[in-house]
Design a protein around this ligand. Structure first.
Ligand SMILES: [Zn+2]
Length: 222
């Protein structure tokens, strides 16, 4: 196994920033270098080896060539994407909301992984708000270039997980190389945090790859 999409079991009370999450993870999985991001809904992906110790860069994706490094993104409805190369040590974690997806952040990440030498890449898409609950305005649909789903009352929803999957497919991954957890965070607040349901008080779902992250309770990937 490569990583895990954590459930509330391992992320109770998590609503702090990247530094507090890293401190908590350091206790849970000791002996690993842990990387968290100051997430800003950007299209920016950074390389862990370029960072200073304990730096939390303003970015929404991170890549590492160190298989022992643990990469973490925090979400509460946005889409977590974990990716790994099968032909070399290379892991990645991405936080992809509609703004990040509109900036192509998943495609940016895969392009960076290829530029580092990866040829055979797999990915997992984690629990996030589903088209059942993600009502949006026309501006979101236009920014994503996605096909809207129209409800009976005329409101529009969109499928963020499918938008992330499309970027993986367009980046050359095969459908069989993509693991998808089709779980809606807003429909399953017993297991996951949801910003749409819980507002400002929502904690964050952690998604991790690398090291012994998969020891944490949740949905394993890879
Ligand atoms: Zn739902």
């Amino acid at each position: 196994m490569k990583g895990v999409f954590c459930t509330k079991d391992s992320t109770i009370g998590i609503d702090g920033g990247p530094a507090s999450v890293r401190a908590m993870l350091a206790d849970l999985i000791p002996g690993c270098d842990i990387f968290c991001l100051e997430q800003v809904h950007s299209g920016r992906v950074v390389l862990a080896e370029d960072l200073a110790p304990f730096e939390t860069p303003r970015a929404d994706g991170i890549i590492s060539r160190d298989p022992g490094a643990v990469l973490c993104v925090r979400t509460a409805d946005c889409v977590p994407v974990l990716a790994w190369a099968r032909d070399m040590p290379l892991n990645a974690a991405v936080h992809a909301g509609w703004r990040g997806l509109a900036q192509g952040i998943v495609a940016v990440c895969i392009r960076m992984m290829r530029s580092l030498g990866a040829r055979d890449i797999s990915a997992g898409i984690g629990p996030s708000i589903g088209p059942c609950c993600y009502e949006v305005g026309r501006e979101v649909i236009d920014a994503l270039g996605a096909e809207p789903l129209v409800r009976s009352d005329g409101s529009l929803t969109v499928d963020l997980r499918e938008a992330a999957r499309s970027q993986l497919l367009d980046s050359g991954l095969s459908g069989t190389a993509i693991e998808m957890h089709n779980l809606c965070t807003a429909c399953n607040t017993d297991r996951f945090f949801s910003y749409r349901r819980q507002g400002q008080s929502a904690g964050r779902n952690l998604s991790l790859i690398g090291g012994e992250s998969w020891l944490l309770p949740g949905l394993p990937v890879g």
